[in-house]
Structures are given as C-alpha cells and as structure tokens.
Design a protein around this ligand. Structure first.
Ligand code: HEC
Length: 393
C-alpha cells in the first residue's frame, strides 16, 4: 500500500470497517429494525467482520482493501454508466458498465472464513462500567467465588478443577482476551463455550451473574492481566488505564480520575507510604492514594481514599496490596499507565517506562535535563494505542 507502513493503512482499513459496522447497527436500531440485547443495540447477524483476523493476516487484509477499492470504483462507474444511458450515449454506457463488471470480477476477494467470524447479539457492546475501581473490586469478589476453581488465582488456568475440564482453561492473563471483542467475551461468559462438535467446554453464568456482574468480572480480568504482565514480562504489554476513582483536590469539587484523561492531562499516582509526598510538579497532577481515610489531609493537594482504589491499583501494578505503599505510577495524557516507580526509588529513568511503543529511534528522542522530564517527553512523543478485538479503541 504505497509508502505507508503496514500498520497505518491497516489501522485505517480496520477503523473504516468498524465504523461501517457500528454505523449500520446504529441506523438499524434507530429505525427500529433491531431491538436491544442486554441494554444495548443487538447485532442481528451471525457473523461480523473480524478485525482480529485481519490484524494477523496481512495478505487477506490487503486483498480486502484492494477489493473494497475496486468495489467503490465499480459503484462510481455504474453511476456514470446510468448517467450516460440517460443521455442516450448507449455505447459509452455499455463500455463503462463492462469496465465496472470487470473491476468486480477481477477483484482479489479475500476468504470469507478469514474476514468473517461468528458474532453474537452483544458482539458490539461496550462495557458501561468505565473501568472503575469499585467495579474491579466487585469483579474480584465474583472471580474468587465463581471462576478461580478453574482459572486459578492469577488467571493463568491452574485452578484445582482445571484438570477435570474437557479442555484446559486458557490463560486469561495472556494475549487471548485482547484478541476478543469485549462484547464477545461478555456473551461467552454468560452463555458458555462449546467445542467444534457442540460439546460444552465451559458452562455459562447467565443464571449466576447479572449483566453488571459480568462486566465487573471482565474489569477484574483486565486489571489482573495488567498486573500479571508486569510480573511476568516486566512490562504492561497492553495499555491499561488507571482504574477510575474519586479524587479530592484542595479548594475544588471532587473529580474522577477519568476527568484527567478527558482533559488530556498527565497524572502521577502515589500510594501513601507514610513518607514524604513528592513535590508538586507543573507537568502533572500528583494524587496521593490512601488505603483508608487519614485524620488530616493537610499539606497534600490531591488525595484519594475511595473504597477499592488501593486494591485496584495494587492489582494493575502487579503488587500485593500490603506491598503497594510508596509505589508511584504515571499516566499519560490519554490516561494509559506508562511508568512505575517502585517504593523508595530515587530519580526516574528510561527503564521505568513500562508501557511503550518503539516508534521513535533512540537518537530522535527529545532530550531533557531530568529523568521525569525525559520520561514525560517520551510518553508524549510515543503514544500507545489500545487494540481490542483487532480494532483500535
Ligand atoms: C468449571 C470450570 C470453569 C469455571 C468455573 C469457569 N471457567 Fe472459564 N473456561 C473454562 C474452560 C475449560 C475454558 C476453555 C473453553 C474452550 O476454550 O472451549 C474457559 C474459557 C473461558 C474464557 C475464554 C473465552 C474465549 O473467548 O475463548 C473466558 C473469558 C472465561 N472462561 C471466563 C470465565 C469467568 C469470568 C468465569 C467465572 C465467572 C469462568 N470462566 C469460570 C472453565 C471454567
């Protein structure tokens, strides 16, 4: 595709496909042709375009892009042909229509089995929870009751009942859940899973979990996967947001963490360790998070002691709640957690950047006098993208 790097044209193609599907769904819903499923518009077909497959199969993605281009060309040519016909230029109209037909005939149509995957009524659903700390906490409780026996305490599929299952439970802390659209995971948790022969491999939880419970469990899985990725690979291999909770800053009404994301402002979260709070810094807002409310918040500008916040942060930071004190986390302007400073650390360095893209060459990186400045410059220059179910969100 010309000089564009593979990811650019592919992202454009995937974004276009996703927008078409969502637009179509919204249109059908507005005109009353499709109803609701679990509170959101229901996808009416048994298939959808698979961003997850196209992302992996570049060849097929390229064929699809070329075919769609030719399809658009054919549409324009047919329009031109009908205009010509209307003006009684029969011959030219016939010729134009022939070229249109040839464009369609010779288009390198990709394989349907790659482009299309099974879909459910909830395939395009979005989580309504906003990835809140409370939802992560609620999800954690449900996970411990309903899922841990098979999926294991760390989500990697080593629970005591794992061996007795018809297939081994997958690693829920690995890349699997990122290949799936949220709405598909929601459906599968509720309705269960079957193998190719129709044999049930996991029973559904529709009778034990409400819709809200199901979304909460998924928030927990996401937070757990982030922490596991830090423990296993020393990196957040996929972007994770700061779980949302309430923050109180002196002299201002309480705000949610997600407010900073909406305003494109950076955030530094400091888990209260009893020691000195880092100095205020004009480049980011510093929020002191406490496990429980303190007698006085004097001398601290922004504080959070909302229930669940400490536990959710510990989970995404890959630390036990009792070991979180003193940890610092930095979120970029898009709200993604990018850097972690472990308790007692001195200055920030490049090694603390734990969620990265390698877009810029090291020599092109902006220079900065201090460690934090360099980190911030790099976060800004190399934003990360969140890809879920093959589509950028
Ligand atoms: C009795 C054992 C068992 C329990 C309990 C269980 N699972 Fe599973 N789970 C499995 C097995 C086995 C698979 C693999 C099924 C397959 O691939 O066909 C699986 C697969 C999954 C998947 C992957 C779906 C996919 O798209 O491939 C998710 C997500 C999941 N489970 C979530 C949960 C959640 C959430 C709970 C608790 C509410 C739960 N499971 C409870 C056994 C269990």
């Amino acid at each position: 595709m010309g000089n564009l790097p593979a990811s650019e044209w592919l992202n454009t193609l995937l974004a276009l496909l996703q927008a078409c599907q969502l637009g179509l769904l919204s249109l059908l819903h507005k005109t009353g042709l499709v109803g609701d499923s679990h509170g959101q518009p229901a996808w009416p077909w048994a298939h959808r375009v698979s961003g997850e497959n196209l992302l992996i199969d570049l060849g097929q993605a390229r064929q699809l892009a070329v075919s769609l281009g030719l399809l658009a060309l054919a549409a324009v040519l047919l329009l031109a042909a009908s205009l010509l016909l209307w003006r009684r230029h029969r011959r030219s109209a016939g010729g134009t229509a022939l070229v249109a037909a040839a464009a369609l005939l010779f288009a390198p149509w990709p394989q349907a089995s790659v482009v299309l995957v099974s879909a459910y009524p909830t395939s395009f659903h979005r989580s309504p929870t906003g990835f809140s700390a409370l939802s992560v906490e609620q999800g954690g409780r449900l996970y411990a009751q309903q899922c841990v026996a098979c999926h294991g305490a760390d989500g990697r599929g080593q629970g005591p009942l794992a061996e007795a299952q018809p297939v081994w439970p997958p690693d829920l802390a690995g890349p699997l859940l990122w290949r799936r659209a949220d709405g598909d995971v929601f459906w599968r948790i509720r309705e269960g899973l079957r193998d190719r022969h129709g044999r049930q491999t996991m029973a559904g939880f529709a009778d034990r979990l409400s819709d809200a419970d199901t979304w909460a469990v998924m928030d927990y899985l996401r937070a757990q996967a982030a922490g596991q990725s830090l423990r296993r690979a020393g990196r957040w291999e996929r972007p994770v947001a700061v779980p949302d909770f309430e923050v109180r800053c002196t002299g201002r009404p309480a705000r949610a963490v997600s407010d900073w994301r909406q305003r494109h402002q950076r955030l530094r979260i400091v888990a209260d360790g009893g020691g000195a709070v880092p100095l205020e810094d004009p480049r980011l807002t510093t929020v002191l998070v406490r496990a429980a409310p303190a007698a006085s918040d004097e001398g601290v500008d922004c504080v959070a002691d909302a229930p669940g916040a400490w536990q959710a942060l510990a989970l995404v930071a890959g630390a036990a709640p009792q070991a979180l004190a003193g940890t610092q986390l930095i979120a970029d302007r898009d709200g993604w957690l990018r850097a972690r400073g472990e308790p007692g650390k001195g200055a920030w360095s490049d090694d603390d950047l734990l969620c990265r893209t390698e877009t810029a060459k090291p020599s092109d990186r902006p220079a900065s006098a201090d460690g934090l400045g360099a980190l911030i410059a790099r976060m800004d220059a190399e934003p990360v993208r969140f890809v879920k179910g093959g589509f950028v969100h």
